[in-house]
Design a protein around this ligand. Sequence first.
Ligand code: FAD
Length: 368
Amino acid sequence: MDKYDVAIIGAGPGGLACAGKAQDLGLSYVLLEKGKRALQGIVDSYPRGKKVYPTIPKGETDPFPIEGLAPSPDTEPVEDYVAKVEAWAESRNISVRLGEDFQGIERDGDGFTVVTRQNRYQASNVILAFGSNIPVDLGVYGEAKTVARGLDNPEDYIGAPTLVLGGGNAAADVVAALSRAKREAGDGTTIWWGHRREQFRVDKDVARDLGEEILLGGNIRILPGAVPKIGEVDADGVDRLIIQTRQLDVGQGVQLNQGMSFPMKRVIACVGTQGPAPVFDKLGLQQITCVAGVCKISKEGTQLIMLTPDFETGTKGIFAIGGAVSPTYILIEKEGVLKETRHSNLIYMAVRDGVRAVQAIANRKMGA
Ligand SMILES: Cc1cc2nc3c(=O)[nH]c(=O)nc-3n(C[C@H](O)[C@H](O)[C@H](O)COP(=O)(O)OP(=O)(O)OC[C@H]3O[C@@H](n4cnc5c(N)ncnc54)[C@H](O)[C@@H]3O)c2cc1C
């Protein structure tokens, strides 16, 4: 297995900046992106036609560190920005490994093994550039890694019952889109729509689409109070998710549970996103929990990642940049002084952080 100087997780503006800078400095890199294209995070989260501003936050004096990643001063729409960045990446021969969903990091001698759902990569350094939108964990006993988090390709679900989890607009949109695809394919199999609460909360427009689907013959069954419980592999080696659909107290501490079990490849969980603190926690990176009177910017209880001025975490060789460290982190200043530091979630900052982290990796390699 090749050992890269740096493995970069996420091909947003921050990850792309890292790859560009690594190339300039002659470092070997692997850039891993879970989506189908570079800038997938931006493509997924910006409304169509949204103008992208080239904002440089107050206090920053340097121009955009990589011109090819800067939004135009004429505030171009997001589609143009994405096309421009793709052209820049192509002209620079920046290679992105798509469809690589990062799962964890293992220590490996004096470096690391980065584990994605699909592969393993060895690297001396790792830069976490996965942005701020991390899917909420399903919170089941066992593993539920193969559960999809959105409807990438409706055809994958034609011909078999499918479970959609989540009680909001995102889940409702998936149910409606999947129902349409199944109807058009003449597939009468059921879409089960489960939510852990009794009430679903969707906007009027989304509810209208959904109502239309039901009236047009969509086979949608609603499961309120459906709680994901266990991820397991069955006797045939199929990954399955078990949800509890009903619980009855039959007295003397005895409960009667009713549930359903779905192959995980037939489950789509639209259960929202969260900040990256739980991921940093899982990776064992040092964080500080804010207590009243100590943190001035963040709320009490917030977990903040600790970073050097070069964005290296408390674990030497692992860096975190961009949206993943916004809006606040703890800066480890010289002599170990800790300072709660604001970090604007802006393209400029992600690019600046990436360039700085890679420069630090190169300096260390040269000094070694
Ligand atoms: C609606 C909206 C409008 C905005 N408008 C502006 C603007 O006008 N100007 C501006 O400067 N900023 C704007 N921002 C902020 C800007 O988009 C972010 O600051 C910037 O995208 C952060 O870059 P990043 O590379 O850190 O993260 P992201 O752009 O979020 O990129 C992270 C990448 O990592 C990938 N990833 C995530 N998890 C994994 C995983 N497990 N494995 C592999 N890959 C993974 C994602 O798919 C994504 O492609 C806006 C943000 C939003 C939401």
